[in-house]
Design a protein around this ligand. Sequence first.
Ligand code: DGY
Length: 330
Amino acid sequence: MRVAVTRRIPEVGIRTLIDAGADVYIWPESFPPTREQLIAFAQGVDALLTLLTEHIDGALLDALPTVRVISNMAVGYDNIDVAACTERGVVVCTTPDVLTDTTADFAFALMLAVARQLKPATEAVLRGEWRTWEPLGFLGHDVSGATLGIVGFGRIGQAVARRARGFNMTVLYTDRDPQPAAEHETGAQYVSLDILLQQSDFVSLHVPLTPETRHLISAPELSMMKPTAVLINTARGPIVDTNALVRALQERQIWGAALDVTDPEPLPPNHPLLQCPNVLVTPHIASASEVTRARMAELAAQNILAVLRGEKPPRAVNWEDVRGQLQQHH
Ligand code: DGY
């Protein structure tokens, strides 16, 4: 078993592969390999352990014909052309579940931070501007008792809804279909996207990036939001139309935004979004706790080992479609 890992990842992931007898090749740089570098680096391997920074498509797979599994260390897999993988009998695996709570915690951290102006307040302290208690200083918005709109009621969206109960929030959600069991458990109420945007004080995005969700939040949607509302994105940057968001913030159509993901990503330091009032941008770290990143690495490794042994991997997105082709291989 030969496995190429496209960056340094938590040790447990590498150890899991080595203990199972795999030869592991780790891309040593801090930046991801370019396409050409990846093709040269991964020649002859059976598996690729990738990150969301690698773009995996048919041409890349054709240049790496020995690869049988792409194991993405992420829950999202918009960086992978799954149809192209399936066509070539390549299994695509991901790491859901293990990062749900950590990501939901972070969505809440962003919501609280923007609502209560943590960034400008701490910056003022660092500049030596904390001179007295100010009755009108850094007035924000209450999270407690507010209305939270969750766009995408999957695992992470539901975990955010569970946290919102502790803050006594009214929770609205939208998704392709209502989810009665999850509604019952979380107390959230199914509404259309328009109603959610009109009624929510905080709108938090938890949909995957697909052709349907690209620019799901654009100028018309932003104009439906309350002038006091805050947009939170811990999903994928292109779900929001960045130019429209910049305009909405500049024109004070909404009160603020907290973004862990952006488009482009990374966001250049001179980007107009960073000059907007009440914007908090973090560098795609919602799943970044020590325990969670270790679990993601371990699950990514387990996915690879299962596929290379001809077994059903713990978490694959196209297993049913490729298992036949894979069995022929074994
Ligand atoms: C994912 O898993 O898709 C995140 O964006 C990184 O944790």
